[in-house]
Design a protein around this ligand. Structure first.
Ligand SMILES: C[S@@+](CC[C@H](N)C(=O)[O-])C[C@H]1O[C@@H](n2cnc3c(N)ncnc32)[C@H](O)[C@@H]1O
Ligand SMILES: [Zn+2]
Length: 371
């Protein structure tokens, strides 16, 4: 295998040489490594530096970068696993050249998850994490982090695959990235609560081609029941901008209060908070103390997540402006209008042109159409 040396945070490590002419270069190396996931890894290093788990399992290590960074930059006790022998060789080489002591295991992840317990587990698979959540939730004592890159099934673009994997009915709306995040959260919640444990999101977000969860796992049937209380549906009117949240495991049928049209139920999915706001504040405070190359992007992401309202849908307000035949006003003017009318309104982390509000559809239409 041919390698080149690279660096993330303060950690140097070897990655395989890839073919730049390949349709997806990270997949052309003998071991998978995607440099575009640096922010994903940096944000997790920041989370780890605050929660400081006793033992962190990088369950699908690849080059081992996540686990090695956690050991080198946060001083954590770490296990790095992969089922591919080339990956295990590279993880070993990287650990040796860093001179750090990490446990390296060569196992199928569900066997490892069924056999042992770890304080915090990070699952970073190719595509869907669905086949691995059950074993890893049994294995995780306090924290579970999950990446999903199968955004097409999660957000409704590949409907059947999404329903098979997540047992939920997404619907391809203009807020499909949020539906993807909440569908995955809903799935992980259901896999967890059957063991009388609950989930508590610390930092969850959707970005470029992936969805990322950082969850605290809380013990007890009470915690599980509280999590179950956050499962429900978004009712979506496709004729006007009316959306409605409904808690519960059975979807009710309803008509749109704005236009009388039929509402379509999306879910079941997670309706609760996707992050813990005080934790986000602590992350922002700690950010300058770490050597992270994506510091500025993480700062912006955290700011947006902090201001985002805890509603489970958002609007791409340019879409509404287009439907009204108007050129879109500035987002700050729309938010100010909604607040002046007595409603809550915020930007979101999903895109620069998305907003959240509890204002009814006709007020939102007035805000966008009259400015
Ligand atoms: C997306 S890559 C991991 C990338 C790495 N975490 C990073 O941040 O660069 C997925 C890795 O999981 C490994 N893998 C896939 N299925 C597995 C399984 N069932 N058990 C253990 N490892 C698996 C692959 O060999 C691959 O190295
Ligand atoms: Zn309607």
């Amino acid at each position: 295998m041919e390698y080149i040396l690279t660096k993330e945070g303060s950690t140097p490590f070897f990655i395989p040489v890839t073919d730049p002419t390949h349709s997806f270069p990270p997949a052309s190396g003998e071991v998978f490594f995607n440099p575009r996931m640096e922010l994903n890894r940096d944000a997790t290093i920041l989370v780890l530096s605050l929660i400081r788990p006793e033992q962190y399992l990088d369950a699908m290590g690849g080059t081992g970068v996540r686990g090695l960074r956690a050991a080198h930059e946060c001083g954590l006790s770490v296990t790095v696993n992969d089922h591919h022998p080339h990956a295990v060789d590279l993880i070993r080489k990287n650990a040796e050249s860093l001179g750090i002591d990490v446990e390296i295991t060569w196992q199928e992840v569900n066997s490892l998850g069924s056999a042992r317990h770890f304080d915090a587990i990070d699952l970073d698979p190719f595509g869907t994490p669905a086949p691995y959540i059950d074993s890893l939730i049994r294995s995780a004592k306090r924290y579970l982090f999950v990446t999903a890159t199968d955004t097409a099934p999660l957000c409704g673009a590949h409907l059947r695959a999404g329903m098979r994997r997540y047992f939920s009915r997404p619907y391809n709306t203009e807020y499909h990235t949020e539906v993807a995040l909440r569908t995955l959260l809903g799935f992980v919640c259901r896999e967890t609560i059957k063991y009388d444990r609950g989930i508590h999101p610390l930092l969850c977000y959707a970005r470029s081609h992936y969805v990322r969860l950082h969850l605290e796992i809380r013990p007890g049937a009470g915690a599980a029941d509280r999590s179950l209380g956050h499962i429900g549906y978004i009712h979506h009117c496709s004729r006007c901008p009316t959306r409605k949240e409904q808690a519960g495991i059975i979807a009710e049928t309803s008509s749109c209060l704005g236009c009388g049209g039929k509402m379509r139920a999306i879910g079941p999915l997670w309706l609760g908070a996707i992050s813990e706001k005080p934790f986000l504040a602590r992350m922002q405070e700690a950010l300058p103390t770490l050597a992270l190359h994506t510091q500025n992007e993480i700062h912006s992401l955290l700011s947006r997540c902090r201001e985002e309202l805890d509603l489970s849908y958002h609007y791409e307000y340019h879409t509404i402006a287009k439907a009204l035949g108007r050129s879109p006003p500035g987002i700050e003017a729309v938010l100010a209008f909604l607040e002046k009318e007595g409603y809550r309104a915020s930007r979101t982390h999903y895109s620069g042109t998305s907003l959240k509000t509890d204002a009814p559809a006709e007020v939102l239409i007035r805000a966008i159409g009259n400015l």
